[in-house]
Write a protein that binds this ligand. Structure first.
Ligand code: CTP
Length: 441
């Protein structure tokens, strides 16, 4: 998708497409905010959208006639070109050329299906097909329509074609179902529009993980003690989920093996839900041979009860209880032992420490045969489980030529949002894999 951005000497041109959903009322707020914030906004509505909100509302909010029918008065419509001249022509093409960004909010399952298939049977879909600028789609629909594999396939195809998405949020839907399907808030959509304009590099750069298979583990494991209790840890899965989403956005096919977390499954990612360390081991060992890059961000329980009690463990007047635990498989160490020797499989582990960060992490890097290890100290402000940021040290095996006796090459990264850090880690891993495969060739 070519990037066409406002030069900075004129307002940004935003073409807002509104389709037939109850969430169309939120598009009024979005149009109003965008206009107030100095953008020039033109609105196009499908027939169904006009049943929910009148075009006059958008006319007033954007000070421009809202586009509805394909052929408003005659076969040709009159429009004002970029120089203020009145012209006659097929105006959906002019709108497509005028736009710096097309934003579809709300986008129904129907219109997403049309985008995926290239159908152009009304003004909105014809304009989207003709537009070469960045396109942002903000779905809103019933949870079952959203989760339907057909809709998910269409979304994945649109992503492949270069459409960007703002995921819907979860909650009570207008249809009284509860789940994912609510249109994102106008402020969040506006932020995503800003990102379209900030992302010159993203648009231009080739995707560094295009067509690679990326396997990510995330979240905690739960090791049952009896039918009501289990051993676990504080992991929320945020880092692993951020890695899976970043890998997807960088062009990879992503499999996310996830312990129990309360995060939504990322779109366009194959999620395999697991509970125990042994479940996670089974899921990873099955998929690892096909993975080009594997990142293990899960906080795996090291021990489990050898046999969980089939009945609830009772107190029976006891004041102490001794649990006999046995060790779980070390999944990362297994992967390190089984990775291909030609360098075409890159393996990255994580280490959460509370002391001696570098020494402990360097030992894990070597013992588990990792190509990279990302270490964080639970005690650093801005690092840890439930935070949206992290502070990490990246370790790689020492370069023998330069550093004879060092235990690892070390790079300290300052506090960063987990999303940005995910991208940085994957960029490094892509570069490592690139270097390995070049060497092998
Ligand atoms: N890991 C794993 N399987 C395990 C334990 C850990 O795959 N049974 C992985 C984690 O996903 C992480 C790395 O190994 O990528 C380090 O995990 P961590 O819990 O920090 O270290 P441990 O090896 O368990 O060592 P210790 O608990 O002694 O710090």
């Amino acid at each position: 998708m070519s990037a066409k951005h406002s030069s900075g000497t004129r307002p940004r041109h935003i073409l807002l497409g509104v389709t037939g959903s109850i969430a169309a009322f939120k598009a009024c707020q979005l149009a109003s905010n965008l206009t107030k914030h100095g953008n020039e906004v033109r609105v196009m509505m499908t027939d169904a959208a006009t049943r929910f909100v009148g075009p006059v509302t958008f006319d007033s909010l954007t000070h421009t006639a809202t586009r509805t029918a394909m052929f408003p008065a005659s076969e040709y419509a009159t429009y004002t070109d970029g120089f203020g001249e009145a012209r006659v022509g097929v105006s959906h093409i002019e709108d497509a050329k005028w736009a710096d960004a097309v934003v579809i909010a709300p986008a129904t399952a129907n219109v997403i299906a049309k985008f995926a298939a290239g159908i152009a049977d009304d003004y909105l879909t014809s304009t989207v097909l003709a537009a070469t600028c960045p396109k942002l789609v903000c779905p809103a629909m019933n949870v079952h329509m959203y989760e339907n594999p057909v809709t998910q396939r269409n979304i994945a195809e649109c992503r492949e074609l270069g459409f960007r998405f703002v995921d819907p949020t979860s909650g009570l839907l207008a249809c009284q179902d509860v789940g994912k399907g609510r249109l994102a808030e106008p402020e969040d959509i506006e932020r995503a529009i800003d990102a379209l304009f900030d992302d010159d590099a993203d648009d231009a750069a080739p995707m560094p993980l295009r067509d690679l298979e990326v396997l990510v583990t995330a979240g905690p494991t739960q090791e049952p003690l009896d039918p009501v209790r289990y051993l676990t840890n504080h992991s929320t899965g945020k880092m692993g989920y951020a890695l899976a989403e970043a890998a997807r956005d960088m062009g990879a096919h992503v499999t996310l093996v996830s312990g129990p977390v309360s995060l939504d499954a990322p779109e366009g990612v194959d999620v395999v839900d697991v509970t125990t360390a042994r479940d996670m081991f089974a899921a990873v060992s099955e998929r690892f041979p096909g993975a080009d890059i594997t990142v293990m961000a899960a906080a795996v329980g090291d021990f489990r009860a050898e046999t969980a009690s089939p009945q609830k463990i009772k107190k029976h007047g006891r004041t102490t209880l001794t649990l006999e635990l046995v060790s779980n498989p070390d999944i990362l160490a297994w992967a390190g032992e089984h990775k291909r020797t030609d360098g075409s499989q890159v393996l990255c582990g994580f280490a959460m420490e509370t002391e001696h960060l570098v020494e402990n992490a360097a030992r894990k890097l070597a013992e588990k045969h990792c190509d990279m290890l990302v270490a964080n100290n639970l005690r650093d402000p801005g690092a840890g489980f439930a935070t949206d940021t992290n502070v990490v040290t990246i370790l790689t095996p020492p370069d023998d030529v330069d550093h004879d006796h060092s235990i690892a090459d070390i790079e300290r990264i300052g506090r960063m949002p987990k999303t940005g850090l995910a991208r940085l880690i994957l960029d490094r891993l892509a570069a490592l894999r690139g270097a390995n495969t070049l060497q092998a060739a």
